[in-house]
Design a protein around this ligand. Structure first.
Ligand code: FES
Length: 274
């Protein structure tokens, strides 16, 4: 107070009331084009944190990205405990999600093989063999390399299949192509996956808004065709819009859709919850 009111009798100057202070804070925020982190912004922040947790469950990484986002969007940083609780929540949820997926997928045999990796063998953990590189092309080194491959092959195959079931990842750049040196944006991409009987049509509704639809007609199960911003069935003429809504019969039910998350430059289609 002495700094702003030099030479004044401070005892007769009272600080402004809480409503006045709030009004002043809002005016200052308006002047600098900032806004408060209200409940809508907090819900949006939590969604972003969930996406980030899929890339890395390192709390520091999530916190840094969130702070960067708040800065870009000119949103006032909420109190530290809110951020701390939110990051803790999304990290735990992501760990639970991956653990559940793993426990569904792990067979007894694979579990035993994973446990074996942590067994010490001649003072070295078996998992350390992964880092071992053959020194030369001698018979002994090649034989060891071949044994190593045989040991890890089932685990590698399990990991490959497991990663496939956790979701399909499509680069956002897949929607862009060049025609006569001009950049053109595709309306949809057809995605094929070994585990699915029918392909998925990934529609781009607008920036960061996509829908992933199973191309199986809900009338009698024929495979659909994509054209422009809709899907149609050549068997009996049903049509569906880019959100999967049945807009022309005989099909009455909407299409099955898969949840999507956009993580940076990747679109993840979650097969497990579809
Ligand atoms: S199976 Fe598609 S309209 Fe009949």
């Amino acid at each position: 107070m002495a700094r702003y009111f030099p030479g004044k009798n401070l005892s007769v100057i009272s600080p402004p009331s809480i409503p006045t202070r709030r009004a002043l804070q809002h005016s200052i925020l308006d002047l600098f084009s900032f806004r408060l982190c209200d409940s809508t912004a907090k819900a949006d922040l939590e969604r972003r944190a969930q996406h980030l947790a899929r890339l890395s469950t390192q709390p520091v990484y999530i916190l840094r990205e969130i702070l960067q986002y708040l800065k870009q969007q000119r949103i006032v940083v909420p109190i530290y405990t809110f951020l701390q609780d939110m990051v803790g929540r999304v990290v735990s949820a992501e760990r639970r999600r991956v653990s559940n997926l793993l426990s569904d997928a792990l067979t007894t045999e694979i579990s035993q093989q994973l446990d074996a990796l942590l067994c010490a063998d001649e003072s070295m953990y078996r998992v350390s063999i992964l880092k071992h590189e053959p020194k030369d092309f001698s018979y002994k080194e090649l034989r060891q390399e071949s044994e190593r491959r045989q040991f890890f092959a089932p685990l590698h195959e399990f990991a490959r299949q497991f990663l496939e079931t956790t979701g399909i990842s499509i680069p956002v750049s897949e929607f862009i192509y060049f025609s006569k040196e001009k950049q053109v944006t595709r309306q949809y991409i057809i995605v094929h996956h070994d585990k699915l009987e029918f392909p998925i049509c990934l529609f781009r509704i607008k920036d960061n808004d996509y829908s992933a639809l199973w191309m199986k007609c809900t009338h009698q199960g024929s495979e659909l065709n994509a054209s422009g911003d809709h899907l149609y069935c050549s068997s009996h003429g049903s049509e569906f819009d880019s959100k999967g809504k049945a807009i022309h019969g005989p099909a009455e039910k909407n299409l099955r859709s898969f949840p999507i998350t956009v993580q940076g430059d990747k679109i993840i289609i979650e097969l497990t919850k579809g």
